[in-house]
Design a protein around this ligand. Structure first.
Ligand SMILES: [Zn+2]
Length: 152
């Protein structure tokens, strides 16, 4: 059994995670919808920091600190790739300055149920992180924090 198939057995796709709330209208108090709305309200209470984050290499505006979102319980994560290189990444809900390359794959995905593509700076093509998409959950970018700088 390869390591990859081990990973699949260990982490089956999380079909039941966040339901598509657009399927229900506002009046429909489906328990799953109520849980999701509560979650959104909690999310709004976190301190907002409107500082733009730029590509460290070329200073293109990539995203904003206010776009930081919680994924699997944290805004930031530290992971190692198969080569052992460690990355500290932040999860951003909306990113404007990145392009995505390569087919979406779930091989070695750091987030259960998500496929990823490489995310590059739209201007200088520096590798800034990964774009995560899922059939059942909102997409987001995991961006390598030391490749971004705050706008002054
Ligand atoms: Zn750049």
């Amino acid at each position: 059994m390869s390591f990859f198939s081990y990973m699949i057995d260990e982490f089956p796709p999380m079909d039941f995670y966040y339901p598509d709330i657009s399927k229900y209208d506002q009046e429909d108090k489906h328990p799953e919808v109520i849980r999701d709305l509560n979650w959104i309200e909690e999310e709004e209470e976190k301190p907002r920091n409107e500082k733009a984050l730029l590509c460290r290499q070329c200073l293109l505006t990539i995203t904003n600190r206010s776009e930081l979102i919680e994924v699997e319980g944290a805004y930031e994560h530290t992971f190692a790739n198969p080569q052992g290189v460690v990355f500290q990444i932040g999860c951003f809900g909306s990113v404007k300055g990145c392009g995505h390359v390569g087919p979406a794959t779930d091989e070695w995905s750091w987030f259960k149920g998500f496929r990823w593509q490489i995310a590059l700076c739209g201007m200088c093509l520096t590798h800034l992180g990964w774009y995560y998409t899922s059939k059942y959950m909102n997409s987001f970018h995991g961006l390598i924090l030391d490749r971004l700088i705050d706008s002054s």
